[in-house]
Design a protein around this ligand. Structure first.
Ligand SMILES: CC(C)(COP(=O)(O)OP(=O)(O)OC[C@H]1O[C@@H](n2cnc3c(N)ncnc32)[C@H](O)[C@@H]1OP(=O)(O)O)[C@@H](O)C(=O)NCCC(=O)NCCS
Length: 188
């Protein structure tokens, strides 16, 4: 499919481009990124270049839809839908540049992607899945704020370039009301 641009009050979400290569490379140096995601570490400029090229191919094939999150025309984070099956399900993933965290950008951006994912004129999905390495409180709180409901523990269920990890899994259905519910693994 052709890349889709989404707009929120403060943000523009659009396909990552060559202009984003340097800010992506810089942001990926934060150890919290490889700690919780499958991004390569060490992360070189070439990794960002490769990713940009693949992102375009994957939009084309409609398998993985990636948006660069932009505030004031600057790239501040990445948000993607993986394993997209139009009319079925997909998995959401995200990471933000450290300097842009804590402003509510991620939840604002993700709400617009979720709206698009469930819209019958968008991807018409019935379910979104979220998974994270056990202990990723910031990601869990983000998912909970978006309305995802905790579904359980995946013992050694996550596989990445640095090995296997226990995982948390949560889900959001198109028919859910998106009101945050308590998660047994998050304290407040
Ligand atoms: C997860 C991440 C994208 C959240 O980005 P953010 O810009 O801080 O998110 P927001 O400002 O929209 O806040 C979303 C929620 O996360 C919570 N949060 C953010 N940082 C937190 C932290 N360090 N500890 C605890 N909660 C945190 C916020 O309080 C908010 O929850 P609330 O609505 O219940 O108060 C960011 O921390 C990140 O990039 N982490 C490293 C990569 C990563 O873990 N990606 C996810 C892999 S599954």
């Amino acid at each position: 499919m052709a890349p889709v641009t989404l707009r929120t009050t403060r943000l523009v979400l659009s396909i990552p481009t060559e202009a984003d290569i340097d800010p992506i490379t810089e942001a990926a140096q934060d150890p919290e990124v490889p700690r919780w995601t499958t991004l390569p570490s060490p992360y070189a400029r070439q990794d960002a270049e490769d990713f940009i090229g693949k992102a375009a191919d994957r939009w084309d094939a409609e398998t993985e839809l990636t948006w660069g999150i932009r505030a004031d025309d600057r790239w501040v984070g990445m948000l993607g839908l993986h394993r997209v099956e139009r009319g079925g399900s997909a998995e959401i993933g995200y990471w933000m540049a450290a300097a842009a965290r804590g402003h509510g950008y991620l939840t604002e951006a993700a709400r617009s992607v979720i709206d698009f994912a469930f819209d019958t004129d968008g991807l018409d999905l019935k379910r979104l899945t979220w998974r994270a390495v056990v202990g990723n409180i910031a990601s869990g709180r983000s998912a909970r704020a978006l309305g995802f409901r905790y579904e359980g523990l995946l013992r050694q269920g996550l596989e990445g370039p640095r090995g296997r990890d226990d995982g948390w899994i949560a889900g959001l259905l198109a028919t859910d009301d998106r009101m945050p519910r308590a998660w047994p693994v998050l304290e407040d």
